[in-house]
Design a protein. Structure first.
Length: 316
């Protein structure tokens, strides 16, 4: 179990020690964390000691530290940091522009920080970033346009951010992004047309986004998409005709979308689909059953609590 952090009166290393080639601190330097402003964060890999050099830290977990408002600008003191998790810091409002001084950061997770509003433009210079999570940040509003510069980003999760409204207009630079999970973001009304530029996207999950009515036509350009999951999007009405161009799609799930009415004719071209699940879609009137005959890989067709859905022919 990781213990809670503590405030310490730390000293500043001498110029001679700062200039050491390996970045370490000598025994003469007892407290090398003064630049942090007296807040010693928790380190997941080990309990941090006052004599541990910041340059040795690869994983930081800052938990329920209510004195934390912003991170210090001197993040270049953490050149080896790979994972940064800030959780339950309700007075934390922002990451500094110096965020780009973390050259090997692969995971950035800001969770349950109710005052956190946005990410800096310097986010785009985190060229090693693979996973970005914003979780239960009730004041968070938008992803910066610079997100598009992180070509190695693999996983993007935005959960329970009721003020979140905006994706970057361009996503074409996210050539490695494989998973997007957006959950409980009621003010999000649209996904950008550039969604189709995500050539590596395998999974698109939208849950609890009542502002989303449909998906852009560029959906059909997602040649690697294997799973499309739409749930609790209460005003979602239709999938675009380009659905049939999703040549790799294996799972299509629409759950608790009461205004979703019908499948597009192009459904018949989903030759790789194995599962189609439609549940609690009260206006769903069905699909062209003869189109299902072309879906040779289809293993499961599940329609549940859709009162207007007609019974399929006996041959299906």
């Amino acid at each position: 179990m990781i213990s809670r952090g503590r405030g310490v009166d730390v000293g500043q290393p001498s110029d001679r020690e700062i200039r050491k080639m390996d970045g370490s601190y000598s025994r003469e330097t007892e407290k090398p964390w003064d630049w942090w402003g007296g807040i010693v964060p928790r380190v997941v890999q080990r309990y941090i000691r006052e004599d541990v050099a910041p340059c040795e830290v690869t994983k930081l977990d800052i938990i329920s530290e209510q004195r934390l408002v912003v991170l210090p600008d001197a993040l270049d003191n953490l050149p080896a940091l790979e994972s940064l998790h800030i959780w339950g810091c309700h007075n934390f409002i922002a990451l500094p522009d110096s965020l780009n001084q973390l050259p090997v950061l692969t995971t950035l997770d800001v969770s349950n920080c109710s005052s956190f509003t946005t990410l800096p433009d310097s986010l785009g210079h985190l060229f090693s970033l693979r996973r970005l999570v914003i979780w239960e940040c009730f004041a968070f509003t938008a992803l910066p346009d610079s997100l598009n510069e992180i070509s190695g980003l693999n996983n993007l999760t935005i959960y329970k951010c009721p003020e979140f409204t905006t994706f970057p207009s361009s996503l074409s630079g996210l050539s490695a992004l494989a998973k997007i999970h957006i959950d409980t973001c009621p003010k999000l009304t649209t996904l950008p047309d550039s969604l189709g530029d995500l050539s590596a996207l395998k999974e698109l999950v939208l849950i609890g986004c009542p502002g989303i009515i449909t998906l852009p036509d560029s959906l059909g350009d997602l040649s690697a998409l294997r799973r499309l999951h739409i749930e609790k999007c209460h005003n979602f009405t239709a999938l675009p005709d380009s659905l049939g161009e999703l040549s790799a799609l294996q799972k299509l799930q629409l759950l608790n979308c009461p205004k979703f009415a019908t499948m597009p004719y192009s459904l018949r071209y989903l030759f790789a689909v194995k599962l189609i699940h439609v549940s609690v879609c009260f206006e769903f009137t069905g699909m062209l059953f003869d189109s299902l005959e072309d879906l040779s890989e289809l293993e499961t067709l599940s329609v549940f609590r859709c009162p207007n859905f007609p019974s399929p022919p006996g041959s299906l």
